[in-house]
Design a protein around this ligand. Structure first.
Ligand code: NAD
Length: 253
């Protein structure tokens, strides 16, 4: 593998599935060594194994991003295995139960924020010094629902909106050594997006959500992965603290 991230090292949380897995493959394809971190170790190992088959340097680590010790261990694993860490992609996410605010237990709220928002903070804090050392970059996965508000997912909408404020503060603190940006995807067809639906329900959801998208199709994990690759690459060194809406025109902020 060779390309514009030759010699660089990336850690991707949530790299065992969907968007995170596509990001791991894309970064590997342009030369980065990739540490795949996921709460599901087997899934992380599958991603890393496939990246190695494709010729990249890659390893897997079990990591619950909501645990401070796991975040620190992920950074240590990257530096021990590959000698450095340049990039962090915060992509791990658990699913909301889809309950209206009046029925939403505080425990659901906390569980969602713990992973999406606190996990992004803990991993970024653990990686801050090593990333700043290497003119690196952080990319955080938010969602168009942070702007639009998703009915029955106030926990998810709030966590994803919190990521914007966090990313901006992080960008200012990392400057001028490294960058931090967020991506707000529209509907991306992944295991998460299909979770719990029958074939009929899924077909109806695909039709409904595609109708919302002027570009006439749902997004793919690769649409997001290519945006991450750009933001980590040499052509994005003067871009920081920004939110990228990658959504086929579904939504204009
Ligand atoms: P996915 O469910 O396919 O993958 C999420 C991964 O995160 C899984 O491998 C899961 O095991 C892992 N994970 C869950 N909890 C974790 C934890 N505590 N620590 C470490 N790993 C954990 O989901 P996806 O659709 O690929 O979504 C990836 C990210 O993109 C999420 O942050 C999601 O909110 C965001 N996003 C997705 C969409 C979409 O339409 N799919 C749209 C906007 C934003």
């Amino acid at each position: 593998m060779s390309g514009e991230l030759d010699g660089r090292v990336a850690a991707v949380t949530g790299g065992g599935s969907g968007i995170g897995r596509a990001i791991a493959y894309e970064l590997a394809a342009i030369g980065a060594a990739v540490l795949v971190a996921d709460i599901t170790e087997k899934a992380a190992e599958e991603t890393a194994g496939e990246a190695r088959k494709r010729g990249a340097r890659s390893a897997a680590v079990r990591c619950d991003v909501s645990r401070e010790t796991d975040a620190a261990a992920m950074v240590a694993a990257a530096t021990q295995r590959f000698g450095r860490l340049d990039f962090l992609v915060n992509c791990a996410g658990n699913l909301p139960r889809l309950l209206p605010v009046v029925d939403l237990p505080e425990s659901d709220w906390n569980a969602l924020l713990d992973v999406h928002l606190t996990g992004t903070f803990l991993c970024s804090r653990a990686a801050f010094d090593v990333i700043a050392e290497h003119e690196g970059a952080v990319v955080n996965l938010s969602s168009s629902y942070a702007f639009k508000g998703r009915p029955n997912a106030a926990d998810y909408s709030a966590a994803k909106a919190g990521i914007f404020g966090f990313t901006r503060a992080l960008a200012v603190e990392l400057a001028p050594h490294a960058t931090a940006n967020a991506i707000a995807p529209g509907p991306i067809d992944t295991p998460r997006w299909r979770a719990g639906l029958s074939e009929d329900e899924l077909a109806a959801k695909r039709a409904r959500r595609t109708a919302d998208v002027p570009m006439g199709r749902l997004g793919t994990p690769e649409d997001i992965a290519r945006t991450v690759a750009f933001l980590l690459g040499p052509n994005a060194r003067w871009i920081t603290g920004q939110v990228f809406h990658v959504n086929g025109g579904e939504f204009f902020p």
